[in-house]
Design a protein around this ligand. Structure first.
Ligand code: URA
Length: 434
């Protein structure tokens, strides 16, 4: 087989066979298929697409490029011999999405284990690992023995992917990131599921974001991605469901690293709002999937009381301490500059892309892999779409460590559109699959 012949085949819109897909991925890992050939393949897949069988084979080939976490508690036929089910959530990424920080300890306090492998921020969306590293001493690099011990003792950990988990995805994602080939349903499906299958989970819920601050700009594209993830995950033996959720406005009130940890702690302390609502919905879905709750309603009730009675917070504190973090140190934020409404009205729209770009420019995110992060910078969002505002009231608060704060404030002056008449609030959950 010749890689170049297979590239032509996909370029011309033909299906690749299972053997051909495996040949390309194995060759990419061994060096026989070069980075430029793989980039060309990614572009051909982006433009021509793949059918379900091709996506499933690509996912499996990428999974098989690395190791799977052992599950000694699982019987051969997949049933649990003893112990707690293992679950995870994966979000396709959005502005202010700090759900993982709350979800992992909340579920651990509800009798399920969450061995969460997360990523770093790249582009406009923040990364869970960068947020957690704003906690003094916290480490995202644990040995297999340490992570197994923490899972046993605490029920949750949040770490970075090891070199041995789906290495084909790690290398392919780095190429996609710089070749305009991230936004492809087959490639996103194989990328996410190869890593989640390696974690040997009992259930996965996907949070597929739709809107201006997400990969999928429209609800129909988000639905197509969700459908692909649910179908390919299920066929590969990982029960997968998906929620389609709104990303036309930031999630919650904080965007940045330390500032999002602070908001997560507020939610763990019982604060209401979109972050709590979405976390409860995603967790409820998982508790029902693994049979820990008989219905979504009973799961929601249990999750709400686990947040309100302090058990989720206690689990969070134990998880942070187990990973070396010291929560007693307050997370410092950079000096603040207010952006105020210039007339009375109602919040109609957020320019999420400008807000995200300013957070990255201030040092809260990366322009390229390896850039350092300033954990203290960020943006506080004072309102949601539909909220009334008064002239002179703060609509955004900028936390900036440099003298350029006023320039950034000017860039954000029009990032929140305020109109005269009332505006409908948009629903947080746009759809469910699976
Ligand atoms: N997240 C991933 O892990 N992979 C993608 O391709 C997109 C989002």
């Amino acid at each position: 087989m010749l890689a170049s012949t297979l590239l032509v085949k996909k370029r011309d819109g033909n299906e690749l066979s299972d053997d051909e897909i495996r040949f390309l991925i194995e060759g990419f890992c061994s060096g026989a298929v070069t980075d430029y050939q793989m980039s060309a393949l990614a572009m051909a897949i982006c433009i021509r697409g793949m059918n379900r069988r091709e996506i499933a084979t690509l996912t499996r080939a990428m999974l098989e490029s690395g190791d799977r976490l052992p599950r000694p508690d699982r019987l051969a036929e997949g049933r649990l011999a003893s112990g707690r089910p293992r679950v995870d959530k994966h979000s396709t990424g959005g502005l202010g999405d700090k759900v993982s920080l709350i979800l992992a300890p909340l579920l651990a306090a509800c009798d399920v284990d969450v061995p969460m492998v997360s990523g770093r921020g790249l582009g406009l969306t923040g990364g869970t690992l960068d947020k957690l590293e704003s906690i003094e001493g916290f480490t995202v690099d644990l040995s297999d023995q340490e992570s197994s011990r923490i899972l046993k003792e605490v029920g949750a950990f949040i770490i970075g992917a090891s070199e041995r988990i789906a290495p084909a995805d790690r290398r392919l994602y780095a190429l996609r990131d710089v070749t305009g080939t991230v936004e492809s349903i087959p490639l996103i499906t194989a990328s996410i599921l190869s890593k989640k299958l390696a974690a040997n989970l009992d259930a996965l819920v996907m949070d597929v974001k739709a809107g201006s601050a997400a990969f999928m700009k429209t609800e129909s594209d988000a639905l197509r991605l969700a459908d692909s993830l649910v179908a390919v995950g299920g066929e590969a033996g990982l029960p997968t469901t998906a929620l389609i959720t709104d990303m036309d406005q930031p999630l919650g009130r904080a965007i940045g690293n330390a500032i999002e940890v602070n908001e997560s702690i507020d939610v763990l302390a019982g604060q209401s709002g979109a972050v709590r609502d979405l976390t409860i919905e995603l967790c409820a879905d998982l508790l029902v999937q693994v049979g820990v709750a008989p219905s979504l309603d009973s799961a929601r009730t249990r999750l709400a009381s686990t947040l309100d009675d302090g058990s989720a917070m206690e689990r969070f504190e134990r998880m942070i301490a187990a990973q070396g973090g010291r929560l007693s140190q307050p997370r410092r934020l950079a000096p603040q500059t207010e952006i105020t409404a210039d007339h009375d009205g109602f919040v109609a729209r957020f320019d999420c892309s400008s807000i995200g770009q300013v957070v990255v420019a201030m040092g809260g995110g990366r322009r390229k892999k390896g850039d350092p992060i300033d954990h203290a910078v960020g943006v506080r969002v004072h309102h949601s779409v539909g909220d009334p505002v008064k002239r002179g009231e703060p609509i955004l608060t900028l936390h900036c460590s440099t003298v350029q704060a006023n320039d950034y404030a000017k860039l954000l002056a029009n990032a929140v559109e305020v109109v005269d008449g009332p505006v409908c609030k948009s629903p947080l959950i746009l759809g469910r699959l699976g």
